[in-house]
Design a protein around this ligand. Structure first.
Ligand SMILES: [Fe+2]
Length: 170
């Protein structure tokens, strides 16, 4: 891929990266939901799946406004995080598995929070006000998803119970 020669092309690269990331996340979330033991966690993953489909749509709106075709550029960051987190899918059902799923999902959220924050700032610099709003909405939803995962982990003592699970060998 050619080196970006302006903030505008750097920005387009970032949007492509996010587009690939969101599409990977939309594919991964049903597996996380299915693997969850705690029904609240399953609901949270399913809800975030719906929300993430909206994130894909917002990025498509941004591509259209830029006069660009919606296309992704392999997001090695999210690809790696999903790959690492997928080990947990094979764990035995229970709170330890849920704790591992939450740990992986929060890594995803934090990556997205960083990337959307960057994209929003660049959109501001480029004077792309409509994009700023779209990216900010998504950013807030990623933060909310992250908070919800923390609340589930703490509220239901997922991490607490995991510590007492004798099968903690990973
Ligand atoms: Fe997202």
């Amino acid at each position: 891929m050619a080196k970006p020669d302006s903030l505008q092309s750097l920005y387009l690269d970032e949007i492509k990266d996010l587009y690939d990331a969101e599409n990977r996340i939309v594919k991964a979330l049903p597996k996380l939901a299915e693997a969850s033991t705690n029904p609240m966690l399953r609901d949270a993953f399913n809800e975030h799946l719906q929300v993430s489909r909206g994130h894909v749509k917002r990025l498509e709106t941004i591509f259209a406004d830029l006069g660009e075709k919606a296309s992704g550029k392999t997001c090695n960051g999210i690809k790696g995080i999903i790959d690492e987190g997928s080990d947990a899918l094979d764990y035995d059902a229970g709170s330890m598995k849920d704790a591992a799923l939450i740990g992986g999902a929060q890594r995803v959220e934090h990556y997205e929070i960083a990337a959307y924050g960057t994209a929003r700032t660049w959109a501001e610099h480029l004077g792309r006000t409509a994009d700023v709003q779209l990216l900010d909405q998504t950013l807030q939803e990623e933060k909310e998803a992250d908070r919800k995962l923390t609340a589930i982990a703490e509220g239901n003592n997922v991490n607490e119970e995991a510590r007492e699970t004798p099968k903690l060998t990973h």
